[in-house]
Design a protein around this ligand. Sequence first.
Ligand code: ADP
Ligand code: 5GP
Length: 210
Amino acid sequence: MKKGILAVISGFSGAGKGTIMKELIKRYDYFLSVSATTRRPRDGEVDGKDYYFHTKEEFQQMIDRGELVEWAEYVGNFYGTPKKRVEEQLNQGRDVLLEIEMQGGMLVKQQFPDSLLIFISPPSAEVLKERLAGRGTESPEEIERRLQRAAEEVKYMKDYDYIIVNDDLEDAINKVNDLIRYDHYKACNSAHLIKKMEQEISTFAARKGE
Ligand code: ADP
Ligand code: 5GP
């Protein structure tokens, strides 16, 4: 059966993941999974669109009921991927994007070995700091915590299938889109073509000696 591919997109806070994801779903027919979180909404964030905002108790219940593909703690809050929609969309053949941090990324790879892991990197640490501050959504203390977390996250870069540098935004969007398209082609079309040729070519063997 034709299934969509599961693409995990990770990167340090401020690298530009959210910006790239927004453009990808605007331009193409990808399904971007909406995560559950216990963090408070930022100005302008909408429940059910940007995140499903929950209390810690509600989040714990989702874990207990097995409703999350993966979850992780990130600078004092919990974040997790709801299972139902992701499975539905993959089964319908739609490519699904998960914009999640790296511990979650590793858990997804364990459960879905065929998933595609893409790491979005800033061109430099200095640029990362500037972007995080320039976004203006976190306090200086929160920015500091996120930069500390980035220092711990560097070790995961090597575990990703591809690292895309987000310097020129348009270039980064196109590269991420290309990687997903190629992986979709590899996963779906190759399997289909192999099956088709196996069936067709086997008729030659069956006709041997005719
Ligand atoms: P993340 O989701 O990885 O935490 P964001 O997408 O929120 O990061 O981006 C952080 C900030 O950097 C935002 O203000 C965004 O507009 C800006 N930004 C993203 N990509 C680029 C880029 N290629 N060049 C310059 N600024 C960028
Ligand atoms: P933010 O608070 O900036 O929206 O997100 C903080 C971090 O949590 C980012 O690295 C983001 O990718 C990650 N994140 C968002 N949703 C999920 C999720 O469902 N699971 C995991 N593991 N991380 C997530």
